[in-house]
Design a protein around this ligand. Structure first.
Ligand SMILES: Nc1nc2c(ncn2[C@@H]2O[C@H](COP(=O)(O)OP(=O)(O)O)[C@@H](O)[C@H]2O)c(=O)[nH]1
Ligand SMILES: [Mg+2]
Length: 263
């Protein structure tokens, strides 16, 4: 049998987070920072339009056909987690049309704090918050904040105008993430963009070396119900496997009331 050449599939990198936190802008920034050295493609997800894809095409960061839109027609989290078929087909088409690609960035349609990518769709995921959403958002937890590969606290240039202490917001995020990476980012701060660029290159190198393992942030963060037994006033558990994990150690008591209203 002929020996197969090593052709690592492109790194598939998801970008999720609430509406308006700067996901499309972050993707444009990554493309600007890396387009000369990497072969890139982008998939956007919008509910009814291809607005994000058009924004990115007009930014001129990649040739237009390397940016493709998936119109989900439903809650964005459905298309990136529950039934990823449309996205997977779009990624595979893009990878085939422009083979070989190094990185495909996939933007989630703006959703709430609970939306994360399936590890069957992306190899790594960035969750984006912004300072304008309020300094307390990082403390509110959720699977993306808690366990995405990278949490970005975006638009730090706006912090003085919205009265947010960036250092405190980053510290809160770090505490909620048990040491996983947190990056304070602004498109007006070249040093922060350099860190983002280096992070993407590191993940890509690990992906190619076979040492990066896709993590599943899970559908919902471990949390407690205030009316259940726990020394801190609740019973900390997770719905990730559909099985409560009683006594699960967690560094913070998540905002139980907010996290349990969807059940
Ligand atoms: N001041 C500032 N505004 C930003 C930054 N990044 C994005 N924005 C703005 O935030 C708004 C939403 O950005 P967008 O990328 O469309 O967010 P998305 O909905 O998460 O994709 C736009 O008006 C952007 O120009 C930033 O670093 N600083
Ligand atoms: Mg967008």
């Amino acid at each position: 049998m002929p020996e197969l050449p090593p052709t690592p599939r492109a790194l598939r990198l998801g970008v999720a987070g609430p509406v308006g936190t700067g996901k499309s802008s972050l993707i444009a920034t990554v493309c600007r920072a890396l387009a000369t050295e990497l072969r890139l493609g982008v998939i956007t997800n919008d509910i009814y339009t291809d607005e994000d894809a058009r924004f990115l095409r007009s930014a001129g960061v990649l040739e237009p056909d390397r940016i493709r839109a998936v119109e989900t027609g439903a809650c964005p989290h459905t298309a990136i987690r529950d039934d990823i078929t449309t996205n997977l087909l779009a990624v595979e088409d893009l990878e085939r049309d422009f083979a070989p690609l190094d990185v495909v960035l996939i933007e989630s349609g703006g959703d709430n704090l609970t939306a994360t990518f399936s590890p069957a769709l992306v190899d790594a995921q960035i969750f984006v918050l912004d300072v304008a959403g309020g300094g307390d958002v990082a403390r509110k937890g959720g699977p993306g904040i808690g366990r995405a590969d990278l949490l970005v606290v975006n638009k730090t240039d706006l912090a003085p105008y919205v009265g947010v202490d960036v250092a405190q917001m980053v510290a809160d995020a770090e505490a909620a993430r048990d040491g996983r990476a947190v990056l304070a980012l602004s498109r007006h701060d070249p040093a922060s963009i350099a860190v983002l660029r280096a992070w993407v290159l590191t993940i890509l190198a690990n992906h190619r070396a076979g040492t990066h393992i896709a993590q599943d942030p899970g559908p919902m963060a471990p949390h407690f119900h205030a009316d259940e037994e726990h020394p801190e006033g609740g019973f900390i558990h997770s719905h990730a496997e559909g099985v409560p994990t009683a006594g699960h150690e967690h560094s913070r008591a998540h905002a139980g009331a907010e996290m349990t209203t969807n059940e």
